[in-house]
Write a protein that binds this ligand. Structure first.
Ligand SMILES: Cc1ncc(COP(=O)(O)O)c(C=O)c1O
Length: 392
C-alpha cells in the first residue's frame, strides 16, 4: 500500500489543486481596464447594463446589483420588510451569510432540516418549524441544485411568506423549463471568485416584482428617496439603508463573465458527470441525488463518506487529501452550531438531525472550469490512495 503524504509519503500532486478558482481571461481584464478609463467608475452606466443583461438571462423583469452576495441577501430581507419579532426559515446547511442576513434585520432565523438525498431544505421540515411569526423562507440551492420550489412556493403562498432563494451556488441552473432567478419572489446571487461567474466581490437580487426592485435599489443607496430628480440634494431617508453599491469596473467584469456563463457551466457539468461516473460504484462514498427535472449549477462537487466502511472520521480524510495536495474542504459547518447562533438564539446540537448526520460525512472535491481531466484524475487517485489506507 502506498504511504500517505500525511505520514511522510510522496503526495499525489506536486502542487495544490484548489477546490475552486476563478477564470479570468484577457478580454475580462480588457473590459475592466476600459471601464477604469470611463467618466464613472461607480454608479455609472455599466452597472445598469450589467443589471439588464442579468435580468434577461434569468428571464425576470429586474436585477439589482450589490457589493456582495451577503449584501444582496441583507437587502432582500430588508425589502421583504423583515424586522424584530419576525421569523425566517432557512437551511442549516449553508454559508452563515444566509441566516446572518435575517439577523441583521433583527429577525430570528429558524432552521428546517434537510432532505438527505438532495441536501436541500425539506418542504415537510419547513412545515414543521413554521409559526404564526414566520414571514419569509430562504431556501438555498446547496452546491448548485435548485430546491423543490414547486412545493416551497406553494407552501409560502398558503401562508403569505416571501420566498428569498439563495442561488449563490446555482446561477445557470434550472428547474424544469424555468431558470434559477425566476423560481422565487427574490433570488440572490454571489459573484465571489469561487462562484460561477465573478466580479471580485459582488452580488445581485433578481425579481419580477417592481415594488421589491424599487426597495432594493433604495436600500443599496442609504435608503435615500428623491422627491425631485432635478434637485437631488432635496432627498429624504424614510428607512435607513446601506452603501451596498457595486462599481462600474466590477460590472464590466460581470458583463464579460456573464457572456461566458454557459461555457463555464458546460465545463463544470462535464467534470461533474465524469466524477459521478467514476465515483458512483465506490464503496467509500455516496453521491447526492440529482432529480431529472433540475439543471444543477455545479458550484460545488460534494460527496458523502461511507464512514461505516472507513476507520477514520471526515476531518482525517480531508486532512489526508490535503496532504496529497488535493484542496478538499467542507461546506459547511451547520449555521446553528456557530457560537454566536448558540449564544444568541439558544440553538443546540440535535436541532436538525439529518443535517448533522450529513455534515459529518460531507467532503467537497475540487471543481472549476479551468480544471483539466488530469487534475481530476489526481483527485480520484488521491481518493483511492486515502480510502485504501483507511478501509475497514
Ligand atoms: C450559499 C451562500 N450564500 C451567500 C454567500 C455570500 O456571498 P458573498 O461571499 O458574495 O457575500 C455565499 C458565499 O460566500 C454562499 O455560498
Amino acid at each position: 500500500m502506498e504511504k500517505l503524504a500525511l505520514f511522510g509519503g510522496t503526495p499525489v500532486r506536486a502542487t495544490r489543486l484548489p477546490y475552486a478558482r476563478q477564470t479570468i481571461e484577457a478580454d475580462d481584464a480588457a473590459a475592466v481596464q476600459a471601464a477604469l478609463g470611463g467618466d464613472w467608475i461607480t454608479q455609472g452606466p455599466l452597472v445598469a447594463r450589467f443589471e439588464q443583461v442579468l435580468a434577461a438571462r434569468a428571464g425576470v423583469a429586474h436585477a439589482v446589483a450589490f457589493s456582495s452576495g451577503t449584501a444582496a441577501l441583507h437587502a432582500a430581507c430588508w425589502a421583504a420588510g423583515l424586522g424584530p419579532g419576525d421569523e425566517a426559515i432557512t437551511t442549516p446547511l449553508t454559508f452563515a451569510a444566509t441566516a446572518s442576513a435575517v439577523v441583521y434585520q433583527g429577525a430570528r432565523p429558524v432552521f428546517a432540516d434537510i432532505d438527505t438525498g438532495t441536501l436541500n431544505v425539506a418542504p415537510d421540515a419547513v412545515k414543521r418549524v413554521a409559526t404564526a411569526r414566520t414571514r419569509a423562507l430562504l431556501p438555498v440551492d446547496f452546491a448548485g441544485l435548485p430546491c423543490d420550489y414547486a412545493r416551497l412556493v406553494a407552501l409560502a403562498r398558503e401562508h403569505g411568506w416571501v420566498v428569498i432563494a439563495d442561488a449563490a451556488h446555482s446561477f445557470g441552473g434550472a428547474a424544469g423549463a424555468r431558470p434559477v432567478g425566476a423560481l422565487a419572489d427574490m433570488t440572490t446571487l454571489s459573484f465571489h471568485p469561487a462562484k460561477l461567474i465573478t466580479t471580485g466581490e459582488g452580488g445581485a437580487v433578481l425579481t419580477d416584482r417592481a415594488d421589491f426592485a424599487d426597495r432594493l435599489r433604495t436600500m443599496r443607496h442609504h435608503g435615500i428617496r428623491y422627491a425631485d430628480p432635478a434637485r437631488p440634494w432635496r432627498h429624504d431617508i424614510p428607512e435607513i439603508g446601506q452603501n451596498y453599491r457595486l462599481t462600474d469596473f466590477q460590472s464590466a467584469l460581470g458583463l464579460s463573465q456573464l457572456a461566458k456563463l454557459d461555457r463555464f457551466w458546460e465545463r463544470r457539468d462535464r467534470l461533474a458527470r465524469r466524477y459521478r461516473d467514476r465515483l458512483s460504484g465506490s464503496n467509500f462514498v455516496e453521491l447526492p441525488t440529482l432529480p431529472a427535472d433540475r439543471r444543477h449549477g455545479w458550484h460545488l462537487f460534494v460527496v458523502l463518506l461511507r464512514l461505516d466502511r472507513l476507520g477514520a472520521d471526515r476531518d482525517t480524510i480531508v486532512e489526508a487529501l490535503r496532504a496529497e495536495n488535493i484542496g478538499a474542504t467542507v461546506h459547511y459547518p451547520l449555521v446553528y452550531r456557530h457560537t454566536a447562533y448558540r449564544e444568541r438564539f439558544g440553538y443546540s446540537a440535535g436541532l436538525c438531525p439529518a443535517a448533522e448526520t450529513v455534515e459529518a460525512r460531507l467532503v467537497t472535491l475540487p471543481l472549476f472550469p479551468a480544471m483539466t481531466e488530469d487534475d481530476q484524475d489526481d483527485v480520484l487517485r488521491a481518493l483511492d490512495k486515502v480510502f485504501a489506507h483507511y478501509a475497514r
